[in-house]
Design a protein around this ligand. Structure first.
Ligand code: ADE
Ligand code: ZN
Length: 345
């Protein structure tokens, strides 16, 4: 087995993946047609080409508007997991969705949730991959909408919904605005994470202090992205000492930003931060969970042992309970032993 196949077949978790960003181009074109939503193009090769991060956010939100009924949501969740299991041996995922992306089309919270959960269940029985859901606040819509989003989540609790997240452009909603929404979620027993310090925002737009706010004021126990933390060595040391997980992504919306991303992930790894390799918006960014490991292994020159450590430590960063984590660890170590035995001596 060659190097690339080994990284692809390594069992994996993905803790930073947006369902609206997982839609296959052909599926999106079909759903847009079925539900009468205009797209910028119906050329599948042009659909996911972006000018910049803000253009990408427009496209991902338009994509969300193409999901209307229960079966649309079920299909998207199913295909997200099926594709990740096939391309990268995904075993477990925690998947974001923004309820507010779907409301403008008249979809209610229960419909999206029922549909996503049905898709997750079918994918589990067909592909052996399990998943949980993370409703996410769109920070650009402000603190009142954030509180409304969390209230909706609390009013319709499901076992599959384990925490809340927050995404969107950080310059349009610094984390300090969302203390009350996060307090509501914490009181309801939900885990908490947030996008912070994404490297397509400047240090002024997304300063390292935003990470401290997420940890200290919002009660987050992990951070999505986090690259701009490198601007504050003392905070890096603190997060390294405390073992705060960062869900870093090998790919981003514009190819010209890739080398910066890889350099940042390398520096975070060298600083002994706890990293979980993730996908963000896989087909939109031209990746999948297998490609994420292959790419970082190649670009960061990771030894096989480091990739194995990353795959296993991802389990510790999940929001599963201890029994489920133990079960997953056992499954991973068995598969890794089998894979390693097939490597040339
Ligand atoms: N929504 C989907 N992907 C995102 C990202 N990478 N950053 C912020 N919001 C997002
Ligand atoms: Zn993201």
């Amino acid at each position: 087995m060659d190097h690339e196949t080994f990284f692809r077949r390594l069992p994996k978790v993905d803790l930073h993946c947006h369902l609206a960003g997982t839609i296959r181009p052909a599926t999106l074109i079909e759903l847009a047609h079925k539900n009468d939503v205009p797209l910028q193009t119906s050329d599948p090769d042009r659909l996911y080409v972006f000018d910049d991060f803000y253009d990408f956010l427009d496209v991902v939100r338009t994509a969300a508007r193409c999901l209307i009924d229960h079966d649309d949501f079920a299909r998207v969740a199913y295909e997200a997991l099926a594709d990740a299991a096939t391309a990268g041996n995904l075993k477990y995922a925690e998947l974001f969705f923004n309820p507010t992306d779907y409301y403008p089309s008249g979809v209610d919270y229960r419909t999206m949730l029922d549909g996503f959960i049905a898709g997750l269940r079918d994918a589990e029985s067909d592909h052996g991959v399990t998943a949980r859901l993370i409703p996410a606040i769109n920070r650009e819509l402000g603190p009142q909408t954030a509180r409304d989003t969390v209230a909706e989540v609390i009013a319709d609790r499901r076992d599959e919904v384990i925490g809340i997240g927050m995404d969107g452009a950080e310059r349009g909603g610094p984390p300090g605005l969302f203390g009350e929404a996060y307090r509501m979620a914490g009181k309801a027993g939900l885990y908490r994470t947030a996008h912070a310090c994404e490297d397509n925002q400047t240090l002024e737009e997304a300063p390292p202090s935003n990470i401290a706010t997420c940890l200290d004021d919002l009660g987050c126990d992990r951070i999505d992205h986090g690259y701009n933390i490198l601007g504050d060595p003392r905070l890096v040391q603190r997060c390294s000492d405390d073992g705060v997980p960062f869900t870093v992504c090998s790919h981003t919306c514009v190819p010209s930003r890739l080398t910066t991303r890889w350099r940042n992930v390398r520096r975070m790894l060298d600083a002994d931060l706890e990293l979980v390799v993730c996908t963000d918006d896989p087909p939109m960014y031209g990746t999948d969970i297998g490609t994420a490991y292959v790419t970082l292994s190649r670009e960061l020159e990771l030894p096989r042992a480091t990739a194995i450590d990353l795959a296993l430590s991802g389990i510790d960063a999940t929001w599963l309970d201890d029994d489920d984590k133990r079960r997953l660890r056992k499954e991973f170590t068995t598969e890794i032993a089998m894979l390693t035995a097939r490597l040339p001596a």
